[in-house]
Write a protein that binds this ligand. Structure first.
Ligand SMILES: [Zn+2]
Length: 306
């Protein structure tokens, strides 16, 4: 089965709701996990989220175009709700009978996590459901402005429920420390352009040697993780977050990923994307000969990563 996975928003000016947590962060987290779990089960996945758009309408249109051009069998759009901080629970939208048949087990699996069941709803007014040519659903994975929903929020559990609902198969829970090999670590560090003490890329030979340990420590210190020299779950979480290449812009990003960015573009590494970081990103963009907008999108990531 070929799935079009549409990670909601994350494409300025198409940005999500902001509550106790940001919708953008959660759709990215859940959507990325859904995609990798589907692939692990042997399905094909098309990432429908565009890397840039000039308007919200254009962002939505590109998502539908990706799904239609790639002739995916199912289109799944992932969102989080926001209303009045009181409303809570999960609802799944569909605009056709087949869509409703797909929506039902997804919703059933999600509410098993303890969320209120708001039902399968008519989504014929929703752009991405109206303009995709295949059966499509839009999942509103609980309310980002409701405390109870956010206390229960766990990306891994939501992703497992969505995948189970879509496929009927039980996805494996990722345990990065078990699944990632030394070779994965060397490849990832090379993509991140983290060099060995000799200043060269790491040999991709799958052995955890002193060079790889030193480069791992360099990376960990850079992003504010305890420099153990071992690629544990915390380190992999940061690596995976960076390699997902999310759009980063002023006042809308913070944490380890921003520290990595700051060290790469030569601004103070405080982990907050403020005006100083935006200025450093602009200098970087100018040096690289790409669009100078201070926003880290696909073009900048292409220059930052190998
Ligand atoms: Zn949304």
């Amino acid at each position: 089965m070929k799935y079009g996975i549409d990670i909601g928003h994350n494409c300025p000016p198409d940005t999500g709701a902001r509550g106790i947590r940001k919708e953008d962060d959660m759709t990215l987290d859940v959507g990325t996990k859904v995609a990798s779990k589907l692939k692990a089960l042997g399905h094909q996945v098309v990432d429908c989220k565009p890397s840039r758009a000039w308007s919200v309408g254009n962002s939505l249109q590109q998502r539908c175009n990706s799904a239609n051009a790639n002739r995916v069998d199912r289109f799944v759009s992932i969102h989080f709700n926001a209303f009045n901080s009181k409303a809570k629970g999960i609802e799944v939208f569909a605009a056709s009978n087949t869509g409703r048949e797909i929506a039902k087990p997804v919703l059933d699996n999600l509410v098993e996590l303890g969320y209120s069941n708001r039902g399968v709803k008519d989504g014929s007014h929703l752009y991405v459901l109206k303009n995709t040519a295949m059966p499509a659903i839009l999942v509103e994975c609980c309310f980002c402005d409701n405390q109870e929903d956010m206390d229960r929020y766990e990306a891994e559990a939501l992703a497992n429920a969505i995948v189970k609902g879509l496929t009927g198969q039980t996805p494996s829970t990722s345990k990065p420390e078990e699944q990632k090999s030394a070779l994965d670590l060397q490849k990832a560090l090379n993509r991140l352009k983290i060099r060995s003490p000799k200043g060269s890329p790491l040999p991709e030979d799958g052995s955890i040697d002193d060079e790889t340990k030193a480069a791992t420590k360099t990376f960990q210190a850079m992003v504010g993780v305890t420099p153990t020299g071992i690629g544990g779950p915390t380190t992999w979480q940061v690596i995976d977050q960076i390699l997902a290449m999310p759009v980063l812009r002023e006042n809308h990003a913070s944490g380890s990923i921003v520290k990595y960015l700051q060290r790469r573009v030569g601004s103070e590494a405080d982990g907050i994307f403020g005006p100083g970081t935006a200025a450093a990103v602009q200098r970087f963009q100018q040096q690289q000969g790409i669009t100078v907008d201070g926003i880290v999108g696909a073009q900048s990531w292409a220059k930052l990563l190998a």
